[in-house]
Write a protein that binds this ligand. Structure first.
Ligand SMILES: *[C@@H]1O[C@H](CO)[C@@H](O)[C@H](O)[C@H]1NC(C)=O
Ligand SMILES: *[C@@H]1O[C@H](CO)[C@@H](O)[C@H](O)[C@H]1NC(C)=O
Ligand SMILES: *[C@@H]1O[C@H](CO)[C@@H](O)[C@H](O)[C@H]1NC(C)=O
Ligand SMILES: *[C@@H]1O[C@H](CO)[C@@H](O)[C@H](O)[C@H]1NC(C)=O
Ligand SMILES: *[C@@H]1O[C@H](CO)[C@@H](O)[C@H](O)[C@H]1NC(C)=O
Ligand SMILES: *[C@@H]1O[C@H](CO)[C@@H](O)[C@H](O)[C@H]1NC(C)=O
Length: 433
């Protein structure tokens, strides 16, 4: 090798080394999660635009993208840019149409020749169709520094889409399987793995956390993720569950493959057809949703669960009392002892790909206190479908709380911890180390 070649190699590797040192790029970002006591919705705070308007947005695990309405942003929206029809950003956003809207001067929500899409309010079922735009989002790395996430796509929506959102919320932020969800945008902008860890708080007084990217967690969460995680494939539902996708086939929601349900050691006798996804119409299967307060089950599954649970509770001398809507099975809490995992009631398992992979709900996750002496089984009969095909099991927020969930979107896997209460911790302690 000629000496000059050698020195070039040395020089260039030195350059690479110093460059990577100079720009220690962030590996993960943190978004504290609050619970709204009234609506039981989970929300996070974001900063958007050149004036860093601060907005609360409800977290929707299956949401496609960010949408919001805010007068404050409107008055300071100097850095807002529409996503124009036919552009690469429009293709990434999977927009379904083009809007021509004329205002002088143009303003967010009314710009000409603009890539547009439907946004769904998952609480009211209202859909809004309007133009997409982009602006800078300020995001905090797990090391504490703020970074600009430029050209973040979102919809500046009609205020009607704020109806039924938690009091302070201006909109909703999506973590779904799209290329315009929060984690997808962070992953592509900062070249980090498309992966996030979600730990939902169980009370309005203590924050949980969403960590996007790859990082070590604080103790004992790092140990839990190494030693106690259960891992199951994330399944794709080939049919959109919100009926709006003209382009593209897959729903943005996360599905897992629940194979059976147990109460104690007893396996419920269920119609297996309901447990799997019907590839033709997208019905059936099990999704995970932060925008449902309690796990909803389709009628036959719900009845089988309530019947078996009531039977098993009776054999533990737990006294049943009149039901309190929307719950179907309630009990006298004075007849139930408690432990660190909550009321000592029969355990419910959602069994996944094999008998060793199961999601176990102890009393703290399966029972809700409705009055001084009454606790109820915190599962409900699946709500009438607001839109789209009917999913048989929708795992809701109450059951997700105080479990650490890691969505590895890149490799399409969900890892989840057993109840954190087993080791005397909770989501309010979750963070990066
Ligand atoms: C932007 O923020 C600054 C400081 O908070 C404020 O003084 C200014 O009025 C804001 N600009 C607009 C257009 O709202
Ligand atoms: C709106 O955009 C279309 C397509 O680019 C263009 O033909 C039209 O002249 C524009 N209208 C106005 C009022 O700017
Ligand atoms: C939708 O599904 C059909 C049939 O499986 C497939 O041929 C087509 O490429 C899919 N379209 C997109 C955009 O994924
Ligand atoms: C099982 O569920 C499927 C889908 O709803 C239904 O078509 C079928 O009739 C059910 N089978 C039984 C035995 O109830
Ligand atoms: C549920 O969704 C289906 C489409 O898959 C629709 O035909 C049906 O009317 C919906 N049911 C209700 C009660 O909205
Ligand atoms: C659990 O935590 C509480 C308060 O955080 C503490 O008082 C208690 O001693 C802990 N119990 C165990 C077994 O670590």
């Amino acid at each position: 090798m000629a000496p000059s070649t050698l020195s070039i190699i040395i020089l260039s590797s030195f350059l690479l080394f110093s460059l990577s040192n100079a720009q220690t790029k962030p590996q993960a970002f943190t978004f504290p999660i609050k619970k709204d006591a009234t609506t039981k919705q989970y929300y996070t705070t974001i900063q958007v635009g050149s004036n860093s308007t601060t907005l609360d947005t409800v977290v929707d695990l299956g949401g496609k993208f960010l949408y919001f309405y805010s007068d404050e942003y409107l008055n300071a929206a100097s850095s807002y840019r529409p996503i124009l029809c036919g552009t690469r950003q429009c293709e990434i956003a999977n927009g379904v149409g083009c809007i021509f809207c004329f205002l002088k001067p143009p303003q967010p929500g009314c710009t000409n020749n603009t890539c547009s899409d439907y946004a769904l309010n998952p609480f009211s079922g209202t859909q809004g169709y309007s133009g997409l735009g982009q602006d800078v989002l300020r995001v905090r790395s797990t090391r504490g520094a703020l970074y600009p996430l430029n050209n973040f796509p979102f919809q500046f929506s009609d205020p009607v889409l704020r109806e039924e959102l938690a009091g302070p919320a201006a909109g909703l932020i999506g973590l779904g399987r799209t290329r315009v969800s929060l984690q997808a945008q962070l992953a592509s902008a900062f070249k980090i793995r498309e992966k996030f860890a979600l730990c939902l708080p169980s009370s309005a007084g203590s924050d949980g956390n969403l960590i996007i990217g790859d990082t070590a967690y604080v103790s004992p969460f790092e140990e839990i993720s190494k030693n106690s995680f259960f891992t199951t494939p994330l399944v794709k539902n080939p049919v959109s569950t919100d009926m709006n996708e003209v382009i593209g086939n897959f729903t943005a929601e996360y599905f897992i493959d629940v194979k059976s349900i147990k109460v104690g050691s007893k396996t419920l006798s269920l119609n297996k057809t309901l447990l799997s996804i019907n590839k033709k119409d997208g019905s059936g299967g099990t999704s995970i949703r932060t925008v449902r307060p309690y796990t909803g089950l389709s009628r036959s599954i719900y009845r089988a669960l309530v019947n078996e649970f009531v039977k098993a509770a009776a054999s533990q001398n737990i006294k049943r009392v009149a039901a309190v809507a929307p719950f179907g099975a309630c009990f006298d809490s004075k007849t139930v002892t408690t432990s660190k995992t909550g009321p000592n009631v029969p355990i419910i398992d959602f069994v996944l790909q094999n008998k060793d992979v199961y999601w176990r709900f102890y009393g703290a996750s399966s029972m809700v206190l409705v009055s001084a002496d009454v606790i109820c089984l915190a599962f409900v009969e699946g709500q009438i479908n607001l839109t789209g095909p009917t999913t048989s099991i929708v795992v809701g927020g109450y059951q997700l709380e105080n479990h650490l969930l890691e969505f590895d979107v890149k490799s399409s896997k969900l890892s989840f911890s057993p109840s954190l209460l087993l080791i005397n911790t909770s989501c309010s302690k979750f963070g990066a180390s």
